[in-house]
Write a protein that binds this ligand. Structure first.
Ligand SMILES: [Zn+2]
Length: 417
């Protein structure tokens, strides 16, 4: 008994040492990382900041007499004139980052501690995808890219690496990931990803991460390779307010509310993956609020295929939304999406009769295109203003210490003996 306990203590000591190392390790550019956090809190440089814009539904087919599959979902939306910082909806996550930044200590809460380790592990590892010979970002389909991003980014940031891929998708059904690394295994599997109810919006999601998060390709035709990047740039403005993703996000939010009534809020995200960007759509099925993020660059550049700090940060907050999402801010309650109004005849189905799995579907694809309007007015809470000031001080400290480090190479912590 005594020996067993001693061994247990030794194991916990070893574990503690390992954790201390993870929390001390810093192989990434901390100034760039803090800058990425700031882009979620403030529009300081007025171009790279990540905002969420509430959407109002003008008309949609959420309650037609026959029920509609996702590819045929129609949802005409218009953005409100106000918007929010991404960090204001994920205050719990931003606080974890701030506390870690200021104290260098691991969170006391075990689950927060675990997901922060996941993030730090990711930041300290190789953050890029290596594709097979002769393949680049534009020679793989958007469905394949979505699976790659799930396997290499989203699955590595949450509490579980498990995810489910639509068994009807045209990707390669094998255990190995279709990047160039032979040792890279798929942590997801193919299966039934159908959700909804045949009487209302329903169909297959492309990927469901850990039963909690929907991931969808953003493109027009998920199964054909994307053209050159000039065409991509033209398409980019069309990727927002995608009716299929809106319908999937709304149905998934009602489903999560039914499954997890214990949650403090029901703002539920869906991640859309494009060839060079990602965006997050969120729906609150309690307050009827629909939010869409601005687009976030997936990679530092198209050639390195190294995930951008913004993409890592937004993905980490979104994958772990049940811990990090603080729900809509008070002023947002007036920004209702009017979904309750448009779906009023079938609200009882959305509220009570949605299913996960075994929902019959058909697989036609069609996507409505939209153009982006003028930028809305930004509303920032006291929380996010105060947090911005704190991170600006951190950034200044980081930049000062970078200068000191480069003028004093003798103390370089990365040198190995
Ligand atoms: Zn891989």
């Amino acid at each position: 008994m005594g020996r067993c306990k001693r061994r247990h203590n030794m194991a916990t000591d070893a574990k503690r040492r390992k954790i201390v190392n993870i929390f001390d390790e810093k192989k990434y550019d901390a100034a760039q990382w803090v800058h990425a956090i700031l882009t979620l809190c403030s529009n300081m440089d007025n171009k790279s900041h990540v905002i969420l814009t509430p959407q109002k539904i003008k008309t949609c087919n959420a309650s037609t007499s026959k029920g509609t599959s996702f590819p045929k979902a129609f949802c005409d939306t218009e953005p409100y004139n106000e918007c929010y910082m991404f960090g204001d909806i994920f205050q719990n996550g931003i606080n974890v980052l701030r506390n870690y930044r200021e104290t260098r200590e691991a969170p006391k809460d075990q689950q927060l501690n675990f997901v922060l380790q996941k993030l730090l592990d990711f930041l300290n590892s190789k953050r890029s995808i290596k594709l097979r010979d002769n393949q680049n970002l534009h020679s793989i389909s958007e469905t394949e890219l979505t699976v790659l991003v799930a396997n290499h980014l989203l699955g590595k940031l949450g509490t579980s690496p498990c995810y489910l891929i639509d068994q009807n998708s045209c990707g390669k059904k094998q255990d190995e990931c279709f990047c160039g690394e032979i040792s890279c295994k798929m942590t997801g599997e193919y299966g039934d990803t159908s959700i909804g109810n045949v009487e209302v919006w329903h169909g297959n999601l492309d990927i469901i991460i850990n039963d909690e998060l929907a991931v969808e390709p953003l493109g027009e035709n998920p199964d054909s390779p994307v053209g050159n990047s000039a065409v991509d740039n033209k398409l980019k403005s069309c990727l927002q307010r995608n009716p299929q993703i809106i319908a999937q996000t709304i149905v998934f939010s009602f489903l999560q509310k039914k499954k997890h009534p214990e949650r403090s809020n029901f703002l539920t995200p869906c991640i859309g993956i494009g060839s060079t960007e990602l965006l997050v759509m969120l729906y609150d099925s309690e307050h009827d609020v629909l939010l869409e993020s601005s687009s976030i660059p997936l990679f530092e550049n198209d050639f390195s295929l190294e995930f951008s700090f913004q993409a890592i940060l937004v993905s980490w907050l979104t994958v772990n939304y049940k811990f990090f999402c603080s729900g809509i801010v008070e002023t947002d309650e007036k920004h209702t999406s009017d979904f309750f109004f448009h779906a009023k005849e079938k609200m009882h189905i959305y509220e009570e009769k949605l299913k996960l799995g075994n929902v019959s579907t058909n697989n036609a694809h069609s996507v409505e295109k939209k153009f982006v309007l003028a930028p809305p007015n930004l509303i920032r809470s006291n929380f996010i203003c105060e947090t911005t000031r704190a991170f600006l001080i951190s950034l200044a400290e980081e930049e000062t210490s970078d200068c000191a480090a480069s003028s004093d190479s003798g103390t370089d912590s990365s040198s190995k003996n």
